[in-house]
Design a protein around this ligand. Sequence first.
Ligand code: GLC
Length: 493
Amino acid sequence: MLVKEWIEKYFQALQEVKRNIGLCHMFITGLNTNIDGLKHVRGPEIEKIVNEEKLAEEVLHKLNNPPREIVTFSDVLAGILYCAKNGDGEEWFIRKPRITEMIKSVFGYDRLRMGGQCGIMTNVLALMNLKVIPNVVELPPLQAEQFTKNCGEILIPRFEGGKIVFKKPLEAAREEDKVFIHWIFEFDNQFKARINHEIVEAPVENRFIATYDDENIKLKTDPAFREGTLKVIQKVGRVILSGYHMLQKVYPDGSKPEDYIRETLDLINSWRERNPEIRIHSEIGFLAEPDLRKSVLDMVAPNVDSLGLNEDELADNLHTLGDRDGLAEIKALDAPKIYMGARKILEKYHLPRIMVHTREFSLSLTTPNYGIHPRDELYSIMFGSLFAATLAHTGNFPTIQVAEKTLKSGELKVSMRGMAEHQKLAELLENEEGYPKQKFLEEGFTDTEPSIAFVPSKLTEPKATVGMGDTITSATLAAQEALTRRAKKHQNN
Ligand code: GLC
């Protein structure tokens, strides 16, 4: 397909979804919702704090031996500098509550925003005018204010007089609930700090997250959320679950991460018993601990219909499963290797669907069990990619109207690298599986089992990086819901 034809297809995908979005049933989102405190950091500011607190030696030592958790204030500074130096985006957990107070007084924040995969995806879905029931364990007014207002319907289940009622976030808020702020330190590619003799320069923009949270790390679900979702599950089309990456290897109270995973699986089973038609997607997220990664994959993958990850998470998970070949190529965005890696996970866990999203392209593998036509699947991931590109371009979570305007502006460019990888994948499929190369190149999907859908991303100078994965995922799932409902309607007519 030529660039011009891809642009045309992007328009078709958008129109198809826009026309049918009203057919969507309700969504359930879980599991992690929090507040993000965003702070843009610059080199001189960090230098000053390091010098004033006399922490240069300690910070330099930690820069070369990253603790990957926060016990003292120097760990926060080391985390920021470590991510800046490597252009990485890591999240370290704060082990001592007083560090949160120190961050608040030393750094503060520029602005607050919705945080956590569940929270962000809820807002993205609501901006499409959809109905969503999110899991929010702690809902102080400050958290409630982060939810999208005036668009869609965000429903918080609450017990009242022994019965379940659904409320708007601000009406459901509880003054006494805990406030969880995750500190997001954003830096740009101009970041430069001198710590004693060492100069730390950021090659690209990214962020370091310092997280204090003692509920989301246990995958807690609100009791009214459990009851409420079971009550209305017949009206639900899709469920999106993330947050498993918040799990810890050990907990001070001796509980095990597997216990918490099991509790979520019990809830999944109860939903399915009452509505076998629902489709459940899970985003895996970045888990540093190999043992934990294996537990999540082994326990969650067989219980969901669809799994989503980026290229790094795919490589890490394959490594955990004992697969050591081609991981560097996967991280370097080689589409044939990504396809083969994703296929291994799909087959190992008998998954109906798997999706890999990267900066340059996204691809998915779908079996007939998932119940979507391959063309609709392609349109869905295109719609998701467009939403992520619009977020990057505008710096805000988009509505369908804003996504359309951005697409029309012609400012988003089709990724050339993505197109080249499409070509490579088409060659592999022809040589190894006898699938006509030209057909896949022209259509963007195959009608094999599993079917493959491939889309080169739309690129821009990014104004935002946080929430890109959450946006592509939730917008893709919304598009799937709209297009499968449209297909069912036609079948019944
Ligand atoms: C992690 C962080 C959360 C942030 C999210 C962005 O879950 O804990 O604070 O909003 O990533 O995707």
